[in-house]
Each structure stands twice: as C-alpha cells, then as structure tokens.
Design a protein around this ligand. Structure first.
Ligand SMILES: Cc1cc2nc3c(=O)[nH]c(=O)nc-3n(C[C@H](O)[C@H](O)[C@H](O)COP(=O)(O)OP(=O)(O)OC[C@H]3O[C@@H](n4cnc5c(N)ncnc54)[C@H](O)[C@@H]3O)c2cc1C
Length: 458
C-alpha cells in the first residue's frame, strides 16, 4: 500500500478529503478532541448549539444526498424567514424590497434615491462595495442599512471591501420590486436562499456522519511546524510525521506562520484579513418570541449583529417551551475585542430584552460565550495580492495550482469537468485553507475534486 495521505484538520474539508480519497489511505491530524471544526455541534442542558447558525442551501444534488443519507433522510426542509431589526422596527428581509416597513420620512428618501441611482448608468465597474451598494440601492438605503451592517458583520466600512464576493449573496432588486415593496408585502419573497435543510436531530454536525464514519483521526494533534523542505509535520505533543502527500485544511495564515516559509511570504499571510466571532448563547424560560429563522440587527449602538433561535432550526434543538437564542458579535484586527466576553454577553442580554427577543432579564436561565478566531474571510483590497504571494511560494514547494485560486468562490460543475490527475503533493482544502467564501457544500465538493485529481474511493 502507498504511504497514507496526511490531512491536517478534521473539519468538513478534511473529513471530505479523507472520505473521497479513501479513509484507509489517509490519516487526519486534529488539534481538538472532537470532529467537525466549524460544524461541531454541542448539546448543553437539552439545548443543541451549532457554532453559529448553519443551514444547508446547497444546489449540488450530490451534497444533498450525502447529507440526507447521513441523517437517514431525517431532515427538515422549510423556506427561510429572515428579519431585520432597525431602531425598534421589524422589517422583513430583504429590506430593499420591503420598504413599506421602513418608517417615514426614511422610506421616501430611500425610494427617491433608489430611482435616482437606477437613472444614472455608469459605464465603469464599481470601485468597491460602497460604490456597488450606492448603485444598487441609492445612497440613503445603502448608507442606512447595508453599509451599517457591513461595519458590524465584516467589521470594515464598505469602501474597504471589493465586490468579487458579492455574487447572488446580496439581493439586487428590480425597480418593480422596490416600488411595490414600498406599498406593502410582495407576493413572493426575494431572499437569495429560498429553501433550506437542517437535520431533524443532532444539529448540523449530523450531516457529517457519513463522511466521518471510519476516518482515521488522530485527536489532540496540534500542528506546530510544517517543513515543506523536509516533508515533515511536527505536533505540539512531540509527534513528528513524514508525508508524501499533504492536504492542509488549516487556516492559511496559521499554516504559513508555522512553516519554513520565508519572511515575505509570512508577511503576506499575516496580511490576510479575517473576522473573529464571539458567539453568545442565551437560554430563556419562554417559547420563541419571534417568527424569523434569523434576524439581522442594523443598529450600530448594539453589539448584536445576527440572531437565531436554535429551536427555529429544529424543534428538537431545545426543551419544549424554552428558547435558545444565539447571537453573533464580530471582531477583527480592525475592530479588536476590547472588553471581557462576559461583559459583551451581558450587553447582548440587555439588547435581547430591549428588542423583545427575551421577555425580560428574569426569563434568562443561562448565558454562555464562545470565541471563534476564524469566522469570515474578509474580501478587502489587499486579499488578492497577499494570497498570490502565498500561493506562488507554495507552488514552489509542490502545491497543485488551481485556475480559480484567487476567486472567492468555485463553480464545482465546471471544475469537476476539467479536473485531471496531478503529480503535485501539497493541496489546500476548505474555507480557511483556500481563503475563500466557501460554504459547507464547497468543503465537501473539494474532497470530490481531490479524488478525481489523485484517484480515490469516492
Ligand atoms: C458563523 C458561521 C456561520 C456559517 N453558516 C453556514 C451555513 O449556514 N451553511 C453553510 O453551508 N456554511 C456555513 N458556514 C461556513 C462553514 O462553517 C465552513 O465553510 C466550513 O465549516 C469550513 O470547514 P473547513 O473544514 O474548511 O474548516 P474548519 O471547520 O475550520 O476545519 C479546520 C480544522 O482544522 C483544525 N485545526 C486548526 N488549526 C489546527 C492546528 N494547528 N493543528 C491541527 N488542527 C488544526 C480545526 O480544529 C478544525 O477542526 C458558516 C461559517 C460561520 C463562521
């Protein structure tokens, strides 16, 4: 038998690579004592918590079937109900086509600017996300809603972001939708995700059951040094392994920092920008107070950025009659966490009471906060050049190049159609390793593609 492929990280990308290459041909090294990375699910006092809201909205039938098989077809499928909170007002999502719920005189100003923006027809592409927002929505709406949310979610003003990641993620409304939506609710919702699937029980992690079964995972193995020159990996527990082929799913800045990369490459990797997330889980002694699956909060004087209730994902996620509210608060090197997490959590509780998501402080039964160092890759203007420098160096070390390696997303149908065998022995896989806007289905599909390139069981 040939040397096993060494896979770093047992998140979805690492597990998918192992499953599709063949578990008997791979060994996976994971720093934690559990599988799943960002899709790990915890059950605490009868509440099921994912690491931030996770739902499957994949368009790939292969992933749909894999996930469905993992939970023996026991999944829920429902349309998403998303909401927006703005200065005491509840606005259905997307707000741009539900202006009827925006208070006056703001509503009329949004409408006026929207029509003005569609009248102007610029011939050049937008310079940045702020420019894109202004052209798509007009100045008033852009500055009041998405620009404010961008500062909270992406932790940067929109002019510091590119537009290559936007795709269908931000709904670009038609003139008719905006005009009609200013009078009253549209007959059909216009969110970019229409139907989602979520495991009936076990949280999102249940979707990884099939690909995780039989994986050779070595837990408590935190990578401390990768020598690309010697083809060895050293772990904090003192173990050292050699590799013929390496698949890394570690965050790219971590991989490079803990390797024999030269200084300019290390500096480029350090320049890659990512948000961190403080998750605040709050339980209360009453049923869900709001009908939405998740809620965007625009007020910049609030820490709360996005809210979901775990029992709205699946009723099995919480004891009957109780609500498990998960709040996301974002940070980055541009907005460092300057308070103790418990102080942020206390303010989040105040905000939940103010917004009416919790009936009162006396209803709160527990509060917990969890820090997630890598949350969302930030698509700022420096990303492409920094990523290019890092990837060019890795190619000199034997990394297989990708034709879309700087693009934020991947078209898997096109990629699989062109995937062919490669002799290179280093591969990056997953959201943080490839530094992309990858969802869970992308992490699965990367494993499918690797098997096509290297040969595998999948
Ligand atoms: C808040 C939030 C909400 C999301 N919602 C959705 C959603 O609704 N739908 C969806 O499809 N996707 C969603 N995603 C994206 C999804 O979580 C990721 O695309 C996916 O889980 C990434 O998997 P990965 O294997 O690439 O990375 P990871 O899950 O990060 O796996 C990497 C693994 O490497 C391990 N590791 C790290 N450093 C070391 C080291 N030094 N040594 C050894 N091991 C190490 C980690 O512990 C981890 O297990 C969301 C992401 C976030 C942050």
């Amino acid at each position: 038998m040939s040397e096993p492929t060494v896979i770093l990280g047992a998140g979805l990308a690492g597990l998918s690579a192992s499953y599709h290459l063949g578990h008997d041909r791979c060994v996976v090294f994971e720093k934690n004592h559990y599988l799943g990375g960002h899709i790990h699910t915890e059950v605490v006092d009868g509440f099921t918590w994912d690491e931030g809201p996770h739902l499957s909205f994949t368009k790939y039938d292969y992933v749909k079937e894999l996930f469905a098989d993992s939970v023996e077809q026991e999944y829920l499928e429902y349309p998403v109900a998303t909401g927006n909170y703005f200065q005491g007002h509840w606005i259905p999502h997307p707000a741009q086509s539900n202006l009827y719920a925006v208070p006056e005189p703001l509503r009329s100003a949004c409408l006026r600017d929207f029509h003005a923006s569609r009248g102007a027809a610029p011939d050049a592409a937008p310079d940045d996300y702020r420019d894109w927002l202004h052209r798509a929505f007009g100045a008033t709406f852009a500055d009041t809603f998405p620009a404010a949310y961008t500062r909270k979610y992406w932790t940067l003003p929109p002019e510091r972001l590119t537009t290559d990641w936007v795709g269908e993620r931000v709904y670009y409304p038609s003139v008719e939708d905006v005009a009609e939506g200013a009078k009253g609710p549209l007959p059909e919702q216009t969110h970019y995700i229409k139907k989602i699937r979520y495991p009936k029980r076990g949280g999102y992690m249940a979707y990884a059951r099939k690909i995780a079964a039989g994986a050779n995972v070595q837990f408590h193995h935190e990578v401390t040094h990768v020598s690309f020159r010697d083809r060895t990996v050293l772990f904090t527990n003192g173990t050292k392994v050699s590799f013929e082929r390496l698949v890394s799913t570690l965050p790219l800045p971590t991989l490079i920092e803990r390797s024999d990369a030269p200084m300019p490459v290390r500096e480029a990797a350090a320049a890659l920008n990512c948000s961190s997330l403080l998750i605040v889980n709050v339980t209360a002694d009453h049923p869900t107070a709001r009908p939405e699956n998740w809620i965007y909060v625009y007020d910049e004087d609030k820490h709360t950025t996005r809210i979901n209730c775990t029992e709205m994902l699946s009723p099995e996620n919480a004891p009957t009659g109780k609500t498990g509210i998960q709040v996301e608060v974002y940070y980055s090197k541009d907005r460092p966490l300057a308070e103790a997490p418990r102080d942020v959590a206390a303010k989040v509780c105040d905000e939940l009471v103010e917004m009416g998501v919790v009936h009162g402080h006396e209803s709160i039964e527990s509060v917990d906060a969890k820090w997630v160092p890598f949350a969302n890759v930030i698509f700022d203007h420096d990303r492409r050049a920094a990523l290019r420098t890092v990837l060019d160096w890795l190619e000199t070390q034997g990394m297989a190049p990708d034709d879309d390696d700087l693009a934020p997303t991947t078209d898997w149908d096109a990629k699989l159609a062109s995937a062919s065998a490669t002799g290179q022995h280093i591969v990056l896989a997953g959201r943080y390793a490839q530094w992309k806007y990858y969802w869970t289905d992308d992490c699965v599909m990367r494993g499918v593609e690797l098997a096509k390139r290297f040969g595998g069981d999948g």
